[in-house]
Ligand binder design. Sequence first.
Ligand code: PMP
Length: 369
Amino acid sequence: MSDVRIDDLPVRDELRGKSPYGAPQLDVPVRLNTNENPYPLPDPLVERIAERVREAARHLNRYPDRDAVELRTRLAEYLTKTSGYEVGPANVWAANGSNEVIQQLLQTFGGPGRTAMGFEPSYSMHGLISRGTGTGWISGPRGDDFTIDLEAAEKAIVEYRPDVVFITTPNNPTGNAVSRETVLALYEAAQSAKPSMVVVDEAYIEFSHGDSLLSLIEGRPNLVVSRTMSKAFGAAGLRLGYLAAHPAVVDAVQLVRLPYHLSAVTQATALAALEHTDTLLGYVEQLKAERDRLVEELRAIGYEVTESDANFVQFGRFDDAHEVWQKILDRGVLVRDNGVPGWLRVTAGTPAENDAFLDAVRDLQCFVG
Ligand code: PMP
């Protein structure tokens, strides 16, 4: 059995020789590698989830609400409350993690014969989900300081005419946010070449110093904002992502979604979490303060740090980032080597975890300059 490998199977040509996405999951004392929220859900919320799931369990003989109307209504209320821009359930769609939201968007607006573009380094799943949906991937440019060089980016859009453009703000793995003006200019460029969808990935927006770009969906049916409960809500294990857009976009993704894709248990759990947003957003404030402390202390040690609006920090620069990653791991702390030459990424954890990380990197003295 074991002598048969993936490439011995009649898999699609574009999947040959590829490996699945995923950060190493190593059993070490301090894991700061996947941008998770380090705080477990508070007890009252755990109780509420149990209650709601118990109720949902009574009806598991039936399929769940296919359109997840109650959940989309509560998500719309959360977005309205936190952004000040009013959206309703018709503007919101939910799926199993924002990865599935992105997959549905690419199935709807990408696909064979079409292309998607992102400005790299950025969230690598945009490219991988593109490939998985048969969408060609175009790597757009980013400046040396990891900001989007507007002129170069506009030029790339006009030249390649992608069907889908991804803008991640705050960006992963670099941490920096993209300004409203830049997003608007890229949207215009994407419409001038030919009508294209622009997906603003706001997975980390709750950690930003700035505001959500949600209100940009007003009058722009080709603009989608995608969000997740994996980060700010501390619910990565829940698998709940969502988008806000013109109702026509919500109608369009329903052409590709699997019927009943969101289980009743998922919907019940997400609804319970949405009853506790105030507590959960309190943790976000603590994490923002810890993120700012990481930036400050890393700089004080002598590292270069990219401005961060997320719950993680990119630091460098190293001749051999992977060697440094290993040295930090040898000290019991797992950070992420995203393959950005010279740089590593650390997720803001609890104060004790961040102290452990800072102790580990304090003595390394291996940065360049
Ligand atoms: N977008 C970005 C920018 C991310 O970093 C991530 C997770 N690392 C996601 C989307 C996907 O998150 P999830 O599927 O857990 O919602």
